[in-house]
Ligand binder design. Sequence first.
Ligand SMILES: NC(=O)c1ccc[n+]([C@@H]2O[C@H](COP(=O)([O-])OP(=O)(O)OC[C@H]3O[C@@H](n4cnc5c(N)ncnc54)[C@H](O)[C@@H]3O)[C@@H](O)[C@H]2O)c1
Length: 422
Amino acid sequence: MKLNAVDNSVITDIKLAPQGHLKIDWVKAHMPVLNRIREQFEKEQPFKGLKVAISLHLEAKTAYLAKVVKAGGAEVTITGSNPLSTQDDVCAALVEDGITVFAKYNPDPEEYKELMVKTLETKPDLVIDDGGDLVSILHSERQDLLDQVRGGAEETTTGILRLKAMEKEGELKFPVVAVNDAFCKYLFDNRYGTGQSVWDGINRTTNLVVAGKTVVVVGYGWCGRGVAMRAKGLGANVIVTEVDAIKAVEAYMDGFQVMSMDEAAKLGDFFVTVTGNKDVIRGQHYKVMKDGAILSNAGHFDIEVNKPELEEQSSSIRTVRNNIEEYALKDGRKIYLLAEGRLVNLAAGDGHPAEIMDMTFALQAMSLKYVNEQYKNIGNKVESVPYELDEQVARIKLESLGINIDALSEEQKSYLESWSAH
Ligand SMILES: NC(=O)c1ccc[n+]([C@@H]2O[C@H](COP(=O)([O-])OP(=O)(O)OC[C@H]3O[C@@H](n4cnc5c(N)ncnc54)[C@H](O)[C@@H]3O)[C@@H](O)[C@H]2O)c1
């Protein structure tokens, strides 16, 4: 039975749709790769007769991906992937466009989960997940819905870690394509996307200067590299903390100070966590921080900054600006936490630039088509994005930029492939 988007959706207010349509139109104009895929999907109808459930940060770029999947013939249902990153006007616009939406800005934790479960109760054939919550519910409390699912695609580092743990224990019951691990994802989205949008989120939320300040970037993975690079560009003194010796050397050679968190905690004006790990800033660190230190997180879950230990050391907590919580410590110092420790670029900003998500979501759309075609051959495992798809995204991107590159001549190819003495 087909779902009626208007009757079935759970959103805040359908009257917000006009603003949402404007937002979606704006990003669509800056997503040439996804536009090309939409044209292909319209002709080929790869998802005809299938149901697709999506859980992603529900803002305009995601909305456009949902519309592209629908243009490929799917019946699409969508929910958020973080309580604070859903935009109500975008949800309303999607409902008007015939997509069933179960999402609201800032639902309480119970309702957030309920909305996710409702999305799965539509019995999807394919899923797109961000952080692994949809897939995790399907494999735990809603195993009754597992049989129908052919496969999925996962957006982020944290989700892939969880999926690999499931695969290792033999628990994964359908194939999932690891979109995050494609070159056209992490090289651009994690690095340049997070690098720019984290500072957009922090700047618009705090309205403070970054130049001359000390920024501590916790974790020098793909996201951390971007955040540190852009902090330097804004004129900050940048400190990196790491647990991986190789990445620590890389950060040092990139020109950053590298030290332990115990040392960095005393020096930072701004802190940005991007590790995907828990408690990377915790009780012992709050004790030595400067008065006025500003903490934020860009990792997937709100567990990187240990909030309970910050609360324990505080005599009062109040909201001093939209998305800024002031923790007044018992010794008189104040520490500020942005966006409740949730992804600062999405909860206190609009996420990555459209041109970046163009490549990421092109990979999502192609990976979904790929898993639908190949799910029987792949088996129940975490599958890489095929290199040809990755390269295709890069080629369309270059074309859209009007950039030509060279091609190997036959002689060059055979030179590169030969092993005999040159
Ligand atoms: N905000 C966004 O828009 C966005 C975008 C992409 C990914 N993410 C999320 O950001 C997180 C990081 O992603 P990534 O792709 O950079 O991962 P990554 O694996 O490339 O990097 C994580 C780094 O953190 C380091 N680390 C782990 N524990 C640490 C600790 N206690 N102290 C210091 N460093 C530590 C690791 O050694 C690693 O170098 C993940 O949760 C991912 O899902 C967020």
